[in-house]
Design a protein around this ligand. Structure first.
Ligand code: ADP
Ligand code: MG
Length: 273
């Protein structure tokens, strides 16, 4: 279902319409390390994500993928290294001190996160799940927040369910609402942590299709996934984590057809079988 060379197509479309892809860094990670209980789960990670790029992160369970995403929005604090989002360092101010809470909140708001387990508010209908934070955090008027929410629900194919409660939705529908909810905060970078891993197989495609549409619209996204065909189709860059180390970073064509490490070759063989 996923065409190859999507990124090339998008890039040429963007060039054709004059909106050429930026070379600016959306996320810049340098020498990032993180330990839990004396065990290093991220080791000297360097990663650069340009504006408009889709980077997928692959790796076995326990390799540090979630920890990497959670460091980017400071849900985990790294032990060493720096992370810049849109040119601004997160978590540490210019004087090298921990950021004041309000400033940290502003930098964190540059990212939007979608989790494996949706985390919708069960007592709010779909529309109100999407408008809650824009109204209470961004200070948008109800009318403005609802108009934007309806646009986003249209984008993820959930307009018809605006009045429904999460409990009545399928997993795929819940995840699409969760994506709309994250987009409603107008983040510069979307982070997805295995967005389809909790879904029944027949519901995976509808969520991946939404993420793929967002990539065609030029959203900057970092996606942790086990969906190889999807990764190959949407990525500008594929990153492979192994025991907290990035052992391979390549364009999808190179990564999937000619990986440079034995470890990745084995991983891909296993995924194919
Ligand atoms: P992945 O997402 O690739 O499966 P994680 O980033 O969740 O990997 O975990 C990497 C390693 O860090 C695992 O060994 C995990 O058990 C450990 N870990 C993750 N979060 C914590 C935590 N909050 N406390 C202790 N250990 C953790
Ligand atoms: Mg994980």
């Amino acid at each position: 279902m996923f065409e190859k060379n999507t990124s090339e197509r998008v890039r040429s479309e963007q060039t054709a319409t004059g909106a050429a892809r930026s070379e600016r860094a959306a996320v810049s990670i340098r020498h990032l390390s993180k330990s839990f209980d004396g065990v290093e789960v991220l080791r000297d990670v360097d990663l650069e994500v340009r504006e408009g790029d889709v980077v997928t992160i692959l790796g076995s369970s326990g390799s540090g993928k979630s920890t990497l995403l959670r460091c980017i929005n400071w849900l985990e604090q790294p032990d060493r290294g720096s992370i810049h989002i849109g040119g601004q360092r997160i978590g540490v101010n210019d004087a090298g001190r921990p950021m004041p809470v309000r400033e940290l909140a502003r930098v964190r708001a540059r990212t939007g996160m979608v989790f494996q387990s949706f985390n919708l508010w069960p007592h709010l209908n779909v529309l109100h799940n999407v408008t809650e934070a824009p109204i209470h955090v961004l200070g948008k008027s109800k009318a403005e927040a609802e108009a934007h929410a309806r646009e986003l629900l249209e984008k993820v194919g959930m307009s018809a369910k605006a009045d429904a409660y999460p409990g009545t939705l399928s997993g795929g529908q819940k995840q699409r609402v969760a994506i709309a909810r994250a987009l409603a905060m107008q983040p510069e970078v979307m982070l997805f942590d295995e967005p389809t891993s909790a879904l029944d197989p027949e519901l995976v495609g509808e969520v991946l299709a939404v993420i793929k549409d967002l990539s065609a619209e030029g959203y900057t996204m970092i996606v942790v996934t086990h969906e190889m065909a999807f990764s190959r189709a949407v990525s500008d860059k594929v990153v492979f984590l192994d025991k907290g180390l990035i052992i391979e970073q390549a364009d999808p064509e190179t990564f999937f057809t000619n990986p440079s490490t034995e470890r990745v070759r084995k991983f891909l063989e296993r995924e194919e079988s």
